[in-house]
Design a protein around this ligand. Sequence first.
Ligand code: GLN
Length: 546
Amino acid sequence: MSDTKYIFVTGGVTSSLGKGIVAASLAKLLQSQNFRVTIQKFDPYLNIDPGTLNPYEHGECYVTDDGAETDLDLGHYERFLNVKTSQANNVTTGRIYQSVIEKERRGEFLGKTVQVVPHITNEIKERILLLGQTGEYDIIITEIGGTVGDIESLPYIEAVRQLIYERGENNVITIHLTLIPFLSAAGELKTKPTQHSVKTLMESGIKADILVCRTEHELSVDLRRKLALFCNVKYEAVIQSIDVETIYDVPLKMQDEGLDRVVIGRLKLKPKQSADLTQWKEFLKKYKNPKSIVKIGLVGKYVELQDSYKSILEAFFHAGAVNEVEVEIVTIHSEFISEEDHIDKFKNLDGILVAPGFGERGIEGKIQAVEFVRKNKVPFFGICLGMQMAVIEYSRNVLGLEDANSTEMSDKTKYPVIDLMESQKNIINKGGTMRLGSWECSLTPGSLVSKIYGKSQINERHRHRYEFNDKFNDTMFSKNLKASGVNPQTGLIEIVEYNDHPWFIGVQFHPEYKSTVSEPHPLFVSFVEAVLKYSKSKKQNGRKTI
Ligand code: GLN
């Protein structure tokens, strides 16, 4: 048996309390003391992965290097820890059942009746222990999605109970994240929902070792004592998680509350070094003390839900801190951009990012946005569908290829400048079948991107079915639009830039997935720098928009 320690994070009272952020913050604190840590998330829904989920349902789908389409919490793990996650870090009930049923079909259960206990719970345990067996980690934090008491969480809670029994209480602990609501009429914080939630966990045989309490107000000593007594945890294991300005404050708040100290003591780990959070604090200082502010328009069709573009927003925070500037994101619904009002929508912006997306809805608005930035020399960043829109806009308005389009939007177009990849043509299943994960890209010497990255070869993550159509190579790149990144194996065009412009870059991949606090993504950093420059020059000279 490996000597990896396991920490489970369960949720009580309500969803959306931020288990992922608490898990990532604890991991950050442990990592800063030289422990090797990773985080995994188990989601109790039946989809095999979130790849087929609408962003409104579940927020952004995060993609790992190995091409897994995962929960957006994995993005937080990577951004906080700067450690790569993989398929093994995100498991759903759908995947667990799929695997058990496939084993049943292969006759691996030797005629036994296949049941939730022990077959599903065994499969869950195997997957929980998988990363620990690599020997790469001292500690594995496992976030169990959903709320304790939900029918669908039960097999996970039972698996955790068994693991505590099998591996011992010094090797496996449970952190229960709960809500302490404030009743304004009574002027009081209430502990009862937490007491009930801890009791529900206890009914399944698990005693919470640590309570992390989300609250809008400070928890008093008396209230902490009450929680400790009624929930059967040590006084110092009642941890307050008060609302903060930014998620990046949470590790420091958790450190003040002693969460890492309690965890290390409870798991009987030998402390390695005192926490070194210098770089983190440096980032926070810059992030909180911007010298100026810029406005970037985010043009997309899922803008009502901020979580749909989580990684893009976070990458902007990282890049803003590097440039010591506050990035204000102005979301613009691409479906409601019209010929008449687009100038009003765009004229106060210092830069525009056209977002990734799928399907026809809202694409004409995106094309309009590209036309505006190209003509007005406003910094432009197009990601995935955003890059495809840049190619279409250029084809229509500069090359005169009337009604040029992507075959995703119109399969009858005379000029299919964006087309389905050859390898995608016979694919029927939607889940897990796009071009996914990390791919190499060679940068053209002398291009803007090669200067920004400062190298000639990069790896970035993809998630799409359509590509720039190489039949148009000659026409497309004969004037000011240049192909500045090419896949060395397939020759596919991965990056375009428009030369008669200070900063106009479209990328077929998703750079936002790789931006972390300690390694902000160079393209975002450079884009924000260009936006800042544009904003300053606008203030000095005033600019007319066309
Ligand atoms: N819908 C486009 C494609 O599949 C773009 C996808 C995206 O923006 N992630 O190619």
